[in-house]
Write a protein that binds this ligand. Structure first.
Ligand SMILES: O=P(O)(O)OC[C@H]1O[C@](O)(CO)[C@@H](O)[C@@H]1O
Length: 639
């Protein structure tokens, strides 16, 4: 993971199917049985070549629409999706998965996989199960980074491969509960707040260090929590200002949780520096209100230790950012979102994190069976493979019909896309894998993009998330005879599912009784495992993210170029008289003529922020520009 250079903390300055023979939408080449039959050792031992989906969706030939068939998509004639309601009902009943204790159902009946497909996938799924077993035992399942993948141990520490790791998990959970209880009961309080207790949480983090906590807060936080959480998850100064402005005088009673596994993510560092500046300006001591969640000895950890922050919690090497919801990353913010200032029992003053862990653990246990139809994660992975031809040919549209689950699709977007979106498979073949995930919520989306889903380009499958309980008991009423508001939501979901299916649009439905810490934990665990199994099916490493590093490096290069541009402009602006420079002159003096377009963008951005002045010309005609700096900086600190 790329690190920022320099000190993390604030300085005094503020500047700083092939198996699917029926899939005719894309004419996939059937893979010969001889290639498919090969036994597949688990990945920690190295994989020989085996059955793989076609290399990349980009490489696949498109269905030629002949003039006679041009008016109808080919799949309409050939898909053969079952439409007989009685047969569908039978399929529904036959395939309905239920987890009794969790009150969770999975309906895969509207994914039209065939018996033949199932038979062919069975050995591959068994291989995936074996790989998951090895992963849970501590295999180096993330070979590129030489790491174990241990997020499943977080909710069942006795599964950790050694007692040291088990203790780390248990001790961290204890520390989280103690700290949360002390904050909620005001045993730990801010030094100079009239409230005499913390009233706000400001979480600073990005990606996996934000999306889980955001999803859980939206799903489970009480309506008027004594400790309300808000997030800084970007390096957008206006967004940061907005959060700080919203806190207003409550900054004095804000617990700032800085979350970064690497401890070196630029956006998070910037957010921290901005918040620390706000604290200084308000005459507050940040260290008395700051908490760090990061790996031991990271830049962030060192800064927090040296500056004596209120608390530090560990992130483990073997937990990836996007699977960190059940680590301190997700548990601490959740535990702090208090329902009441009275602690009912230990660690139950906030969102009940122990229940989240129980939900995840129960789901993990269900996903350990090697009987495919009893394994909900395997069923999901199987459906994804069927629906997207094992190459991501269709997008996953996630539609929770419940406002509080709004952020589930955004959370899943990272979990699925950062895990599965890979250029190379584990054998080094270029595969350009992945599944695109998007979604918002129903029935809101009914009035936005469902029109296209029903009738437009057929490039998706849907996952409906259904919540049976509409409202807490005793609050319901009929807004028209026999019909409640929740009945409408139910009707919209069922109606959309049917309307899509009639038009050959496949869907999965996940149903939970209620949105509770337990069901949220179960949903997270379900999708984590489905991603793991699917990754095995397509032979990719789900636990690294090399592509993200390229973007980070390119951003660093832009900032380095900006410093050179500033230096050149400064030199020219210190001359008497000031020497405004053209873009060509700047590029030449930077020894970067090939970077002229980026130099133009740098100047335009600085000009828009009053940090460079345009002496001549305007940004609409780049060749006309002559720029200089409003001030000459004799110390020239840009490099
Ligand atoms: O927790 P960190 O190290 O700040 O990283 C934040 C996010 O950045 C990424 O590394 C890349 O986007 C994610 O995998 C991660 O969740």
């Amino acid at each position: 993971m790329a690190s920022i250079s320099g000190v993390y903390s604030s300085s005094s300055s503020s500047s700083s199917s092939a198996l699917r023979h029926r899939r005719l939408l894309l004419p996939l080449k059937p893979i010969p049985s001889s290639r498919r039959a090969a036994a597949i050792p688990i990945f920690p031992l190295g994989r020989p070549p085996h059955l793989r989906p076609p290399r990349s969706i980009a490489d696949l030939p498109r269905s030629p629409l002949t003039s006679s068939s041009a008016s109808l998509p080919p799949e309409k004639k050939t898909l053969g999706i079952e439409k007989d309601p009685i047969k569908l009902w039978r399929r529904y009943v036959d395939w309905l998965y239920q987890h009794k204790e969790l009150g969770l159902f999975l309906d895969v009946s509207r994914i039209a996989f065939t018996d033949e497909f199932l038979t062919e996938m069975e050995p591959r799924l068994q291989t995936a199960f074996h790989a998951m077993q090895e992963l849970e035992k501590g295999a180096i399942a993330n070979p590129d980074e030489g790491r174990m993948v241990g997020h499943y141990w977080l909710r069942d520490p006795k599964r950790a491969p050694n007692s040291f790791l088990r203790l780390q998990i248990e001790n961290t959970l204890d520390a989280i509960c103690n700290f949360a209880d002390d904050v909620i009961s005001a045993k730990i309080k801010p030094p100079s707040s009239p409230a005499g207790r913390f009233t706000q949480i400001l979480s600073v983090g990005i990606g996996g260090s934000a999306l889980g906590p955001q999803f859980v807060a939206e799903a489970l936080a009480p309506d008027n929590p004594p400790l309300k959480i808000r997030f800084i998850d970007n390096t957008d100064p206006a967004g940061i200002d907005h959060q700080i402005a919203q806190l207003g005088p409550e900054l004095a009673s804000t617990l700032v949780i800085v979350i970064s596994k690497s401890g070196g993510t630029p956006e998070t560092r910037n957010g921290l520096l901005e918040v620390q500046k706000a604290f200084r300006e308000a005459g507050l001591d940040f260290s008395k209100q700051g908490v760090a969640i990061t790996q031991q000895n990271s830049l962030l950890d060192n800064a927090a230790r040296i500056e004596g922050w209120l608390a530090r919690f560990p992130m483990f090497d073997w937990v990836g950012g996007r699977t960190s919801e059940m680590s301190a990353v997700g548990l601490l913010p959740a535990a702090l979102q208090a329902c009441s200032s009275l602690i009912i029992s230990r660690c139950q003053g906030g969102i009940n994190i122990k229940e989240m862990l129980v939900g995840a653990s129960l789901m993990d246990e269900a996903n350990r069976t090697t009987v495919v139809r009893n394994n909900p994660a395997a069923l999901l992975a199987l459906c994804w493979y069927w629906a997207s031809d094992g190459v991501g040919s269709k997008d996953m549209v996630v539609l929770p019909y419940k406002d509080s689950l709004l952020l589930f699709s955004r959370y899943l977007q990272q979990l699925v896309m950062e895990s599965l979106g890979k250029e190379f498979d584990l054998d080094g073949n270029r595969v350009n894998q992945g599944i695109t995930v998007y979604g918002n919520k129903g029935s809101t989306d009914q009035h936005a993009y469902i029109q296209q889903l029903r009738e437009g380009v057929h490039n998706f499958f849907v996952t409906f998330i259904e919540v049976l309980r509409d409202r807490p008991p005793g609050h319901d009423w009929e807004l028209e005879p026999g019909v409640t508001c929740g009945d409408y939501l139910f009707g919209m979901l069922q109606g959309t599912r049917s309307a899509l299916y009639v038009n050959d649009r496949e869907s999965i439905t996940v149903t939970v009784q209620e949105v509770t810490p337990r069901s949220v934990g179960a949903l997270v665990a379900l999708y984590e495992r489905a991603v793991g199994i699917y990754a095995c099916l397509i032979n990719i490493n789900a636990y690294h993210q090399p592509g993200v590093e390229a973007g980070k490096k390119a951003a660093g290069d832009v900032l380095a170029l900006q410093k050179r541009v500033l230096s050149i402009l400064n030199e020219a602006s210190c001359k008497e008289p000031v020497e405004p420079l053209t873009l060509d002159e700047i590029a030449e003096r930077c020894h970067a003529p090939e970077q002229i377009e980026m130099i133009y963008k740098i100047i335009a951005h600085m000009a828009a922020n009053d940090r460079a002045l345009i002496a001549e010309g305007n940004c609409g005609s780049p060749r006309s520009i002559k720029a200089f700096l409003g001030e000459c900086n004799v110390d020239e600190l840009y490099d």
